[in-house]
Design a protein around this ligand. Structure first.
Ligand SMILES: [Zn+2]
Length: 239
């Protein structure tokens, strides 16, 4: 019979409970100078309340985090938002700061192994997790991708457009979630390289998928860990 662990191992092998994941990130990056007080954490996660347990786990280690994303975890803050966030990096006066970026689209896996749903606290029926990515998948499958950004539905229409032209076209929520991870990571690096952040601060980027298990327990599928130093060259680290 299917269960949470079987689904997790099948689709996101090597996932860690969120706390264990952040402990491992700390062990890897603190010796590289990513210490509290010297580091600005950025979080690119979905608006869903289920994702927000990551805030205290990150902020307890590295201090208050600037948030980048709206629906679906893809950065939605625009140039002005990036400009504001990046101006908060500690350092200056010849001392290099540190920028620590976390990015995770999310997906629910229930106790019975069902993918893409969560029975939330106080509710008796499952709802979609991630609801925004589920709506994008529906729009892609029914060829109802908006042709322009809707100012009254800004985040969803922009997210759908961002994910609509993917090749190969995602057919399942797991495939779309991983495609969203690819797009998110590309957009994060594009902004960091545009602003040439690495000229003033070492950059670390930790990206994967946040898995919301029943009972508000979070797991992280740790796909990518990168650092970039003074000249912007990226080095992939093994977590
Ligand atoms: Zn979501």
């Amino acid at each position: 019979m299917a269960d949470f662990q079987t689904s997790l191992d099948e689709h996101f092998p090597g996932s860690l409970p969120a706390k264990a994941y952040l402990d491992a990130v700390g062990e890897l990056l603190i010796p590289r100078g990513f210490t509290a007080g010297r580091t600005l954490p950025l979080l690119s996660i979905c608006r869903d309340e289920l994702t927000h347990d990551l805030h205290p786990l990150v902020e307890g280690r590295w201090g208050l985090a600037f948030t980048l994303a709206g629906l679906g975890a893809i950065p939605a803050l625009g140039r002005t938002g990036w400009d504001a966030g990046l101006s908060h990096i500690p350092g200056g006066n010849g001392e290099r700061g540190r920028l620590l970026v976390f990015g995770f689209p999310h997906i629910g896996i229930e106790e019975d192994g069902s993918i893409g749903v969560t029975i939330r606290s106080g509710q008796s029926h499952p709802t979609s997790t991630c609801g925004a990515l589920t709506a994008v998948l529906r729009a892609i499958q029914s060829d109802e991708v908006p042709t322009s950004v809707d100012v009254d539905d800004y985040e969803a229409s922009k997210l759908t457009q961002r994910l609509a032209d993917l090749e190969p076209r995602p057919t399942t929520l797991v495939e779309l979630t991983i495609a969203a991870l690819d797009a998110m990571e590309a957009d994060l690096w594009a902004a960091i390289d545009d602003f040439r952040v690495w000229e003033q601060a070492d950059v670390a980027m930790c990206c994967g998928v946040q898995i919301n298990a029943h009972g508000e327990r979070d797991w992280i599928w740790p796909r990518d860990t990168w650092v970039a130093g003074e000249n912007g060259t990226r080095e992939r680290l093994a977590l």
